[in-house]
Write a protein that binds this ligand. Sequence first.
Ligand code: GRF
Length: 202
Amino acid sequence: MKIAVFVSGNGSNLQALIEASGRGELGDGAVISMVVCDKPGAFALERAGKAGIRTFVAEPAGEETREEYDRKILAVLREEKIGLVVLAGFMRILSEGFVKEYGGRMINIHPSLLPAFRGTGGIKEAFDYGVKVTGVTVHFVENELDAGPVIMQEPVRVEETDTMESLEEKIHRQEHRMYPEAVRLFVEGRIRLEGRKVEIIK
Ligand code: GRF
């Protein structure tokens, strides 16, 4: 199965996926075929380049609508016959048309236990709130932001000694364990989606 990973920034989750792929841990036949990025200078692009993965950099043009922008990307995904879209820190909201075409074949990772702390400040908001447990969610992408069916959730404890930085580190470590595993389950056809409920087939 051909996989496209969408990124905007650092790309540490992309790196975890690349390394898992190198160890053969993304499932039989899984290959990261391309990295899609909306930010020309993103460090994630360097990571992709080092791994020899094709990159498609699509910087949004001012006069372009969201639909037009998404259609450009969709055309490339179709041409590459991408079977799974993995959002890994991609900072753009995708249009309804995009979600319709890749519905059930597009996943995202979010650094909190959804539905708590949606949006871009997931780690900081949880830290500032003073929660004792936060975590990581992998979910299918639907039109509403950070609200698709949950595939996997793992808790991360917030200790009294934690700082924002140490919590961030713990969350990222958890993400890097979970995301390759979620991709493997998808590639192996072991994720069954029934309405909002996700069943993982043993
Ligand atoms: C991660 O925390 C992910 O949960 C969120 O964006 C961040 C991306 O980090 N969606 P990186 O670019 O993979 O390092």
